[in-house]
Design a protein around this ligand. Sequence first.
Ligand code: ZN
Length: 490
Amino acid sequence: MRGAIYARYSTAKQNNKSIEDQIQICSNYARSEGIEVVKVYSDKETSGYLAQREGLNELLKDAEAKVFDVLLVEHTSRLARDGYELRKLIHEFRFRYRIPIIFVSQNLRTDREGDIAVIKLFNIIDEQYIEGIKVATKRGLEGVFRRRKWTGGNPPFGYRVKDGQLEVVPEEAKIVREIFQQYAKGVGLKTICKQLNELGIRTRKGNPWSASSLSALMKNPIYKGEVVWGRRRYVKDGITGKVYVVKNEDYLKREEPSLRIVEPELWEECNRRLAEVPHGKPKHKKIHPLMGIVKCGVCGYNMSKEGNTLCCSSFRTRKSCSNNLTLNYDFLFRWLVGHLKKFIELNRSGLEQRVKRGLSGSVAVDYESKIESLKNKLRNLYNLYSESPDEILKEEINRVKQEIRALENAIKSSESSDIDLENILEEIETIFKKKPEETNYLLKLFFHKVEISPANGTAHVRVVFNRILPENFEIRSIAGAGFEPATSGL
Ligand SMILES: [Zn+2]
């Protein structure tokens, strides 16, 4: 089999793999797969978008002339500069040249149906972020970290920043201590929240306390005097524009007794209890297509899947909900997909407009607060840099700048998304053949939630779409008594 390699280097990117490295990685792969490399194409960019890509142009000409049978590229980001260009090129190679592309480092190939969905819908993560994560390695950060300066964004509740260093705020420390003590005594999270809120105490962001913000606070090891660094990073999904928090295993920690607000024993005790009490999403649960989408209309909990049925999880496990409906899973799944298709067909022109205008504007507010926090962090880093300029700090400053830029881009792209309705429809056509996690992701693009509540011996379904779709609809009953699927349909 004749293979070609395409490599691209852009000076706009930090920590870029050199063209030689990319070619090496692809060559190794070719050798292991018995592919004979007949030609290598490359582009070196110095000024981003305006640069001519002669290598790519030649590659496309040769693809047309069938000079090779398979194209090897180190990473999706080497082939294209953004998600739009990537989709365009993949489309041309699939349908015009009929030549598969293999993205070697990601183990993705365009002749595997499942991978296409991954490439198009799931994996167009902003390259800058991935590189940002890599920069934050142990080696790179140690120097800054050892200097004991606060390099984070907003300080945690109980602390403030003074002269570049974190210090305890006595009044807030009292509250923190009280929280830990109450919880250790067996008082529940919700009760503690209620007390705090009644006292008018607010979180750092100025919001009332919730069980999740409270448990996040208690999980922060800083309260026992342990400072950690680089635990989380933000990663942007190029399609939805959503930003995810990624946990970094390779983080740093150090003891800092002056920041200790509660005794380590008390902290450990509370965290043991927090770990025991199930809250939030259960981990390691098998993903099914409707996971996290179908909610109980009575208590708001997820409807959980058992065998081929769906039932309110709070009714099933604790019997603390009155919603005793049991729904046929496949039936509801097919019913929702059917409605989605019909809905898209009927609202096609309006939808295209909407898709162009962007998937979601509401996320922007969330990003803005993240940007604010990162800008604080940047200011701290600049202060440090003016005291003692060094390479590591410079790297970290660049990384934070990239994070800010990517978040700003996320806001922009949520205003003018280049998502392709045709692509989405194509994906929906094959939805029943997809892996559950892909289906789940795809459905979540459309459905915000589907609420099921009992109504006179039948089910009342309320579908709430994401902002991509114009309005919500409600259905009074989806099936007859017992909720066996009615043969006549709906
Ligand atoms: Zn319920």
